[in-house]
Design a binder for this molecule. Structure first.
Ligand code: CA2
Length: 147
């Protein structure tokens, strides 16, 4: 069975515990459950990870090569700063979808820049937790596209 890596970056482990006005009440464990349900429904495997450090995220991206067919990445604030994550994604040559809970373009100017978008096949943002199952569907549609 094909498998996808769903990778979450810094502070996303705090979801549902603080700033519910911005990020809602859903916890990362709730999101993981949503992803499992969606993955079962569409017949794809998933690995769901969260790391606070840039190095651990890079290691997870490197490890995806040969194991996963694509990467769904909510890189958190590293989205806006990390050339290293961008380079890691380029190096593994796997399709990646950039994902955010919030609409980063409706927020502060420093969140409008994304290094991840340059190497992603697409971006989903602003749909809260519902963006995760949408990203699974989008990735499968990308993988199954006509060449
Ligand atoms: O909207 C998103 O998904 C973000 O990736 C979330 C990041 C933010 O830096 C990006 O610009 C957009 C922040 C994640 C922090 O999540 C928290 C959750 C609860 C309390 C504090 C932070």
């Amino acid at each position: 069975m094909r498998s996808l890596l769903i990778l979450n970056g810094p502070n996303l482990n705090l979801l549902g515990t603080r700033q519910p006005d911005v990020y809602g009440h859903t916890t990362l464990a709730d999101i993981q459950r949503l992803c499992r349900e969606k993955a079962e429904a569409v017949g794809v495997g998933i690995a769901f990870e969260q790391h606070n450090s840039e190095g651990a995220l890079i290691d997870a991206i490197h490890g995806a090569k040969g194991t996963h067919a694509g990467i769904i990445l909510n890189a958190g604030a590293y989205t806006h700063t990390s050339i290293a994550l961008m380079d890691a994604l380029s190096s593994v040559e796997l399709p990646a979808i950039e994902l955010h809970l919030s609409n980063i373009h409706a927020r502060e100017a420093f969140r409008h820049r994304s290094y991840i978008a340059r190497v992603a096949v697409g971006v989903i943002c602003g749909f809260g937790a519902a963006g995760y199952p949408l990203a699974i569907e989008a990735m499968l549609s990308h993988l199954d596209r006509d060449p």
